[in-house]
Write a protein that binds this ligand. Structure first.
Ligand SMILES: Nc1ncnc2c1ncn2[C@@H]1O[C@H](COP(=O)(O)OP(=O)(O)OP(=O)(O)O)[C@@H](O)[C@H]1O
Length: 333
């Protein structure tokens, strides 16, 4: 019989859905294009992503989650319902049990909103799990032993940094500094240096294609287009890796500072384990060029990027689904 248990990484940038027994069945941007005259969703996910920055006045492309939490409840519900219907064409997933991940430091009200949105989108029983724990499990770390494991999950809206032992978080922090802020920093840098306005998608394109955060580790160029702030006309410029490294210096140093403060609060025995086992990077931000080298140099411990880092949280929910009956019992105690 097909399972009715699903795991969801309801991310600021992407939604990834895992169905028990089937694996990852959906991976799409968390974006909805809305017709403001009717309030109806025109496109959701991949199709809506293509519209960002290119919509006429009556259409807005909305990202309903911000910094890992729901910024627009109704639009999040529209989006999640759409995705669940999309994967459920044959109707066998009606009223699923859902494991869904949340950042470590969100408020009770924010948690309630996520739970409610999952229920309204069709979930029968909802289990909330802490994101870094699930990311570590999805990255293949054995967090259930009495030894220290450190994970840094760099998403679109938040970076979750945690040390885990015996299946639980020992020390952790969540900072609102991740992929989206990196894009904004690139955008501001181009605006200041070249007096050129570029869109969010162009900033992300620069990050994906030429960025590095480790000085001298990459030497590439990209031609980009935007609107000249003085003449108002379209203009093309070339941006190189060194410039992007400069633009990202400050936001990345923020992450290093946060990781150091987590290590400072970690009990010494667990710190010793981290020297042996290293730190694992997950989330899309783990793919930022040079980030592993930079963390290794600054934290003085080995740093590894997980396999398929953007899927770790969803895979982790999948592994938790294997034990969903135990989780259900635990939550009822
Ligand atoms: N190759 C890459 N280099 C740098 N950044 C990347 C790369 N690929 C993806 N990203 C960034 O990763 C981010 C998305 O990561 P991910 O899907 O893990 O986030 P999320 O789970 O949606 O966010 P959050 O956990 O904050 O809610 C985006 O900002 C994207 O630009």
């Amino acid at each position: 019989m097909l399972s009715r248990d699903i795991g969801i990484d309801l991310g600021t940038a992407n939604v990834v859905i895992y169905v028990k027994g089937r694996g990852i069945v959906l991976d799409e941007p968390s974006i909805v294009a809305i017709d403001t005259t009717t309030g109806k969703a025109l496109e959701v996910g991949e199709e809506a992503y293509r519209m960002i920055g290119r919509t006429p006045g009556n259409i807005v492309a909305i990202r309903p989650l911000k910094d890992g939490v729901i910024a627009d409840f109704d639009v999040t519900e529209m989006m999640l319902t759409h995705f669940l219907n999309k994967i459920n064409v044959k109707g066998f997933l009606s009223k699923p049990r859902i494991v869904i991940c949340v950042p470590t430091n969100i408020t009770a009200v924010e948690k309630k909103a996520i739970r409610e949105v999952a229920e309204k989108s069709g979930g029968k029983q909802i289990f909330l799990e802490e994101e870094p724990k699930v990311a570590a499990i999805g990255a293949g770390m054995d967090i259930f032993q009495p030894s220290g494991n450190m994970v840094i999950d760099i998403g679109g809206g938040t970076t979750e940094i945690a040390v885990l032992s015996m299946g639980n978080i020992v020390t952790a922090t969540s900072v609102k500094m991740a992929g989206d802020k990196f894009d904004q920093e690139i955008l501001s840098y181009i605006k200041k240096k070249y007096k050129l306005l570029i869109g969010d998608r162009t900033a992300e394109e620069i990050k994906l294609n030429v960025a590095t955060v480790f000085p001298g580790a990459r030497d590439e160029e990209i031609e980009i287009r935007g609107r000249d702030m003085v003449s108002g006309l379209p203009r093309t410029i070339t941006v190189n890796s060194k410039e992007v490294q400069e633009a990202l210096e400050e936001p990345v140093s923020h992450l290093i500072h946060a990781a150091k403060s987590v290590l400072e609060k970690t009990p010494p025995e667990l710190s010793a384990d981290i020297i042996d086992r290293g730190v694992i990077l997950t989330g899309g931000g783990a793919l930022l060029h040079g980030i592993d080298q930079l963390f290794a140099e600054e934290l003085k411990v080995p740093v590894l990027v997980a396999d398929e880092p953007m899927s770790c949280v969803a895979k982790g929910t999948g592994l938790m689904l294997e034990h969903i009956d135990k989780i259900a019992k635990r939550k009822l105690i």
